[in-house]
Design a protein around this ligand. Structure first.
Ligand SMILES: [Zn+2]
Length: 244
């Protein structure tokens, strides 16, 4: 069974520190496909399931009443989508959308909630992870207020490539504009500037990172703070503090 050696890093840590509790947790786990554009959870609506991502990328998306949307946090196999509803009493005001396809281990929210109450190791892991999501939410506000479209697009592409573990991303300009939170014309101009600099290339809905170095030079400082390699180090030290 796939979940005995989970690809999801949170579950791998849970299995390591608390194998008996993890084995009980597995009873209610299902592996599911994450299809591009699938909505895993709606804003202000308690999710039915929590998704421990194994591959692919899921975005936490904030939307306005007029239909504009913006990615405010991202989850890949280091994390879990929908867990805020299992930890808290009120539904999260953001939706979850699959950005790049993959697979996840799906668990009913109620089951996760019950295991959180009975297993301090799982509770500690998810609380530490929630802190990282809060970091992303806060940094997203700073980035959108102070950094240019080119900087934000470069930062977004670097982070998405890191989460996807691929330098080749299937994304349209329209989708990029939504995720980066800029008008489509601004994202097209930003992408053109990055291509002219030799950082990226794109054709028919596929963006390829040609030079990570050049893209890093173009990106804002937010990339360094949000890079999963750094977050993973912080997560591991948080986990070490909680688990001893
Ligand atoms: Zn920024």
């Amino acid at each position: 069974m796939t979940a005995i050696h989970p690809r999801n890093l949170l579950l791998a840590e849970f299995a390591r520190v608390s194998p008996d509790a993890y084995e009980r947790f597995l009873v209610d786990v299902d592996q599911v496909s994450l299809k591009r554009g699938a909505v895993l959870g709606l804003a202000n609506t308690a999710t039915e399931f929590v998704y421990f991502v194994e591959s692919g990328v899921v975005s936490l998306v904030a939307s306005t009443r007029s239909g504009q949307s913006l990615e405010v946090a991202v989850v890949s196999r280091e994390g879990v989508a929908g867990v805020a509803d299992a930890l808290g009493q009120h539904p999260f005001p953001y939706g979850w959308v699959v950005q790049l396809p993959g697979t996840a281990l799906r668990v009913p929210r109620r089951v996760v909630h019950d295991h959180i109450l009975s297993c301090s190791d799982l509770h500690g892991l998810l609380m530490a992870y929630s802190q990282l999501v809060m970091h992303q939410l806060a940094q997203s506000a700073v980035c959108n207020r102070f950094h240019t479209s080119v900087q934000r697009l470069a930062r977004w592409l670097l982070l998405t490539a890191e989460h996807a573990e691929s330098q080749r991303l299937e994304l349209t300009h329209e989708y990029l504009a939504q995720m980066v939170g800029a008008p489509r014309s601004a994202v097209t101009a930003a992408a053109s500037a990055l291509r002219k600099d030799g950082a990226i290339d794109y054709s028919r809905g596929v963006v390829t990172i040609c030079s990570e170095l050049r893209l890093r030079r173009a990106a804002c400082e937010c990339f360094d703070g949000l890079s999963s390699s750094r977050l993973d180090r912080e997560r591991r030290s948080s986990v070490a503090l909680i688990v001893r």
